[in-house]
Structure formats: structure tokens, C-alpha cells
Design a protein around this ligand. Structure first.
Ligand SMILES: Nc1ncnc2c1ncn2[C@@H]1O[C@H](COP(=O)(O)OP(=O)(O)OP(=O)(O)O)[C@@H](O)[C@H]1O
Length: 248
């Protein structure tokens, strides 16, 4: 993987002329179409846009889960565009955290074991105290031995956030982290993410919900695979108006 000393070193994640097409010929879909965007370190950015606008593709390419057809993805000073599978695996273990809509916890494992898993994979000398601190930070010290089915949806997402943060990743990626939650649990998860961001964690979050995006510091809007707007510090109704205008 290449490194650089140019301006991209100042971004936590940088996409430069990033393109990704699915299919070919008459059925080809340009999910990302020459996207260039920088995500500022220590900042929580929401990604919004109509259905099919490329949000998940952007998130997956930025996190090294999918590859671009053209352009570049930088993680701080590292160009991960052409990283080998082995390098990407190490990157995902050590430098990236990912939170999914449906939590993706391992059902047979306790909360403690779920959170310990990425730490075990990344560090041979991991310590149980690190796992306990991560679960305490999300308010679940009393649930170490609970399995996912014994936890509410909001609690499961807290475990997933603890699991994503336990390796102290450079970037936390979140794909609709409140999409499967009732409004009260969603508000709790957003408050937790706000605390995490205020502690300096870079977060990039895809959401359909303007109320969720309003808790972020900035919002990037996509349409037809392109960045069409970037808004800083807007409230939910302003963000909802932007989204409606893009869907028109
Ligand atoms: N694996 C795939 N194979 C074929 N087409 C795909 C694939 N993944 C995504 N697409 C297409 O790429 C485009 C962008 O998809 P993507 O999931 O990134 O959009 P999105 O904004 O996240 O959508 P949504 O809000 O509905 O989840 C869509 O037209 C989608 O149908």
C-alpha cells in the first residue's frame, strides 16, 4: 500500500474520482460516478440520498469491503485502492470498525465474547479488561454474560458499537445503525455516537433518517452515484428538505 505526504494526510478517509459500476452493457449501473470527498478526522459525517443513490457502495468502498473500478481510496496516508486481500483483512481488523443495521452479533456468543472477538484477532496479547472497558463505555457492564437474544435491539447495537470500537479504529463506519430500532432506542444510540464523536472518533454513517443525520457534524448528499451537496450543522427539517428536493 502506498503512502503520501500530500494533502490527503489531513483527511481520515478520502475518495478521489471514485467510480464503481455493477453489471455490464445495457444493465450496467454506475453506483459511484467519479466521487471525490474528504472526511475530516474527529468528525461525524452522515451520508444521505435517495434509495439507490450509492450510499452503501460509498461506505463499503471507503471501508475496504468492496473495490473501486477507478479512482482512489485513502485511509489517512495510506492508499488502500490496490491493497491485497491480506492487507485489507489486516486493515479491517486494526483500523476500521463497522456497525450494521441488524447488529450482526454472533448469536452463540455472549456480549463479552462478541466484543472480545476482534481484539483476539488483532492482538495476541489482548486483555479482558479492555473488553470490560468497551462494554462499560456503552453502558452494558451489567450484561457481560448475556447472549444477543437476551438483549433488546438497542442493547445489541450497543454491543456492536463496543465491538467496533474495542480495537480503537481510525474510522467507525455505520450503515443505518438506527434503522432497526424504535425511536427511543434510536435516540439512545445516536446520543452514544455523539459522545463517541465528541471524544474524537471519526464516524461515517449512512442514514435515511434526517433526525439521525442532524446529530452528525456534517452531511454529504448523493444522487445517482455523485456527491451533489455537503451541509454542515443543519437541523433535521433542513436535511429533510434537502432529501425531498433530491428525490423529486
Ligand atoms: N451487488 C450489486 N449488484 C448489482 N447492482 C448493485 C449491487 N449493489 C448495488 N447495486 C446497485 O447500485 C446502485 C447503488 O446501490 P447502493 O446500495 O449503494 O445505494 P443506496 O443509496 O445505499 O440504496 P438504499 O438507500 O436503497 O440502500 C443501485 O442502483 C443498486 O441497485
Amino acid at each position: 500500500m502506498a503512502t503520501t505526504t500530500d494533502h490527503r494526510i489531513t483527511a481520515a478517509v478520502s475518495l478521489q474520482d471514485a467510480s464503481r459500476t455493477y453489471g455490464s452493457g445495457s444493465t450496467a449501473v454506475k453506483a459511484l460516478d467519479r466521487v471525490s470527498v474528504d472526511f475530516v478526522p474527529g468528525t461525524w459525517t452522515a451520508v444521505m440520498g435517495p434509495s439507490g443513490s450509492g450510499k452503501s457502495t460509498l461506505l463499503h468502498c471507503a471501508a475496504g469491503l468492496e473495490r473501486l473500478d477507478a479512482g482512489h481510496v485513502w485511509l489517512h496516508d495510506t492508499d488502500i485502492t490496490h491493497a491485497s486481500e491480506q492487507q485489507l483483512t489486516a486493515l479491517r481488523r486494526e483500523r476500521i470498525g463497522f456497525v450494521f443495521q441488524n447488529f450482526n452479533l454472533i448469536s452463540a456468543l455472549t456480549a463479552e465474547q462478541n466484543v472480545a472477538l476482534p481484539l483476539k484477532l488483532a492482538h495476541a496479547d489482548w486483555e479482558a479488561a479492555t473488553v470490560h472497558r468497551a462494554l462499560a463505555a456503552v453502558g452494558l457492564s451489567g450484561r457481560l454474560g448475556h447472549r444477543p437474544r437476551e438483549l433488546s435491539g438497542g442493547q445489541q447495537q450497543r454491543v456492536a458499537i463496543a465491538r467496533a470500537l474495542v480495537t480503537r479504529p481510525d474510522v467507525l463506519f455505520a450503515d443505518e445503525p438506527t434503522g432497526a430500532l424504535d425511536s427511543r432506542s434510536a435516540a439512545d444510540i445516536l446520543a452514544l455516537l455523539r459522545t463517541v464523536a465528541d471524544d474524537g472518533q471519526t464516524i461515517i454513517m449512512v442514514t435515511h433518517d434526517p433526525a439521525a443525520a442532524a446529530r452528525a457534524d456534517a452531511t454529504v448528499f448523493l444522487r445517482d452515484g455523485r456527491v451533489v451537496d455537503q451541509v454542515v450543522g443543519a437541523d433535521a427539517s433542513t436535511l429533510a428538505d434537502h432529501l425531498v428536493a433530491l428525490e423529486a
